[in-house]
Design a protein around this ligand. Structure first.
Ligand SMILES: CC(C)(COP(=O)(O)OP(=O)(O)OC[C@H]1O[C@@H](n2cnc3c(N)ncnc32)[C@H](O)[C@@H]1OP(=O)(O)O)[C@@H](O)C(=O)NCCC(=O)NCCS
Length: 148
């Protein structure tokens, strides 16, 4: 908990955050997980809300919220994992979705990360499938409304 106090999550556009987000994604997905670089780039980024997590002055995590309510590209640098960075990124993106009126969010979780998303109310809604040669599961979470 003490460490979480040192983590800050910023929300912004691809123009503002793209360079840092791309650097983190490449380190995690391409260098670490061996996802082909060409699969990492798509045309959706300029349309998304992007989250960047900063810890001790360095950007260490990222994620994005699509216009259709999908969350994706959640990535925390290996050296920064287990400190609550992923939690704050996901909560910020879920809050951004709720604030704009979305009632649910969906994502394609890598199979190994389902337990992480379950902590935040996500449930699997379909069978496992392969994407970029990595097993994935579609998950969904309802967003609590503060409008009653
Ligand atoms: C998955 C990922 C984003 C989690 O980020 P993180 O910063 O390590 O997670 P946090 O420290 O915020 O963990 C929050 C909670 O989830 C738990 N958790 C973290 N990763 C988990 C996992 N893979 N499975 C189950 N629980 C997990 C933590 O133990 C913690 O539990 P607590 O509430 O009891 O303290 C990070 O491991 C990552 O970037 N992995 C590589 C890329 C990847 O696979 N991304 C997911 C694509 S779908």
């Amino acid at each position: 908990m003490g460490e979480e106090a040192d983590i800050e999550v910023l929300l912004g556009s691809w123009d503002e955050f793209g360079q840092e987000a791309r650097r983190i994604r490449f380190e995690v997905f391409v260098a670490e997980q061996r996802v082909p670089a060409e699969l990492e780039i798509d045309s959706v980024d300029p349309l998304c809300v992007h989250a960047l997590a900063r810890c001790a002055g360095a950007f260490v995590g990222t994620g994005r919220l699509l216009p259709d309510g999908h969350i994706g590209r959640m990535a925390v640098l290996r050296s920064a994992r287990g400190k609550g960075v992923g939690r704050l990124l996901l909560m910020s993106l879920m809050e951004a979705a709720r604030d704009r009126g979305d009632v649910q969010v969906e994502l394609h979780s890598q199979a190994h990360a389902c337990g992480f998303y379950e902590r935040f109310g996500f449930e699997a809604i379909g069978p496992q499938f392969d994407d970029a040669v990595i097993p994935h599961v579609t998950m969904r979470a309802r967003l609590a409304s503060d409008r009653g």
